[in-house]
Design a protein. Sequence first.
Length: 255
Amino acid sequence: MADNGMKSAGSTRKAARAAMAVVAVVCILLSVFTIYIRDTLLDSEEAASRATEAAVTPEVRSVVASAIVDQLVELDPELLQARPILETVVDGLLQTPIYEEILQSSFYVLHQAVFTNETDELKLELVDLVFLVKVSLAKIDPELAALIPDELTDGLIEVRSEKLLVDGTQMSQRANWLAFVLPVLGFAGFAGFVALSRDRRRALVDSGGAAIFIGVVVLLIEWVSRVYVLRQAVDPAGRAAGAATWDVFAGDLIR
């Protein structure tokens, strides 16, 4: 009878240790991504800074320049013959500090609007950028610059909030809560795992092995996600721009 009781207690202890280990690993793994999301994607200053850093990389800059020139040519087909000049002017503009300032400010305002829900309609003004393109082009070819419609400088990109799939404020609050709770639960799980172990030195070694396992899983998830995202690009330029943007935003996960 006593032996059965001891076996039952031993089995319960093993089950509790296993549960503690699973809880610890899962919580720490989730906390890595939650803290990353909170500090990188949900922080307006950090997100705007990284978005700007990505936008000024040669790969992204090339895609943006082509898109701007395509839109200008679409608005006025007469600009097609001057496309090489337009591409040179636009690419040069995208390498200036003022372009970075415009992007930084625009991304910050846009992010604040999404994640604070301060407005029902988000507007990202392109006035400064388009105006600079026209002014820069005018220095080279005034007649060509005149082909760019003045009303284009009054253009806006509008994103209506009803199209948003998530409540930004609620997401931010949940991320802050989880970024606090998950690490606490994770370390509590490891502490319980060690406390319930007869050989605590071995348990500490096993905890170190679990930490390495978590690191490997994070690397694997990052790699699989990167491959999946980049495969969505339809052309090499898009993939290169996507890779540059991914490295800026997700590089911290593998450093």
